[in-house]
Design a protein around this ligand. Structure first.
Ligand code: TYD
Length: 211
């Protein structure tokens, strides 16, 4: 879709963190904040966000597969998501709030699964070389604490949530390394704070870095 020249391009905000770090509540906070400013907001998620992407999500979260297939399908779902949802929304001036994006592939398939990150650089260049999030929140929490939160939910766990603590430790480490390499984009939030403090911090970053 060509860019709507009457409206500035929208901003792209992503949310990351290990499973159980509590990002969902704060995604709702950001959507609400932006809508109150009169902005059009598209809230979406990865893997998923399109009809094809949601089918791939079902497979990715529940079907055993080769680890490289998993990484490639993450990027395939992302390509579709960018083409169908993210790029058209940004072009028409909408803001896109996305639950996970490529940082998750670096953290889970790179850190967690141990795949070579150089391969993701090539895929990232192919799939969205021209586009990076304007702001990324990394909700950081020790895996032991996050695991307790998930256990309390009492719901069925997906493939990633069932992984051992060591896996989540590696995911967390990879996320933190990524944040250290892109401090102007990635804001690390201590997800162990009271919910109200997190909310204030999240709002501060959106207002000071994006609005
Ligand atoms: P998540 O977004 O946490 O959804 P929910 O809150 O409903 O559990 O779950 C998606 C899972 O997919 C999560 O465990 C991380 C994983 N994932 C990857 O491994 N790589 C990726 O590139 C993405 C986007 C997600």
């Amino acid at each position: 879709m060509p860019q709507d020249m009457t409206r500035p391009r929208g901003k792209f905000i992503t949310f990351e963190g290990i499973d159980g770090a509590g990002k969902s509540t704060h995604i709702a906070t950001v959507v609400d904040l932006l809508q109150r400013k009169g902005l059009e907001v598209v809230a979406t998620r990865e893997p998923g966000g399109t009809s094809l992407g949601e089918k791939l999500r079902e497979l990715l979260l529940h079907e055993p597969m080769h680890l490289e297939t998993e990484a490639l399908l993450m990027f395939a779902a992302r390509r579709e998501h960018l083409a169908q949802v993210i790029e058209p929304a940004l072009a028409r001036g909408a803001w896109v709030v996305c639950d996970r994006f490529s940082d998750a592939t670096y953290a889970y398939q790179g850190g967690g699964r141990g795949l070579d990150k150089a391969k993701f650089l090539a895929l990232e260049g192919w799939v969205h070389g021209h586009l990076q999030p304007d702001l990324t929140f990394l909700f950081d929490l020790p895996p032991e604490v996050a695991g307790e939160r998930i256990a309390k939910d009492g719901r069925d766990l997906d493939k990633f949530e069932r992984e051992v603590v060591d896996f989540h430790l590696r995911v967390r480490q990879a996320y933190l390394e990524r944040a250290a390499s892109a401090p102007s984009r990635i804001a690390v939030i201590n997800a162990g704070q009271p919910i109200e403090s997190i909310k204030k911090e999240v709002e501060y970053y959106v207002v000071s870095r994006c609005l």
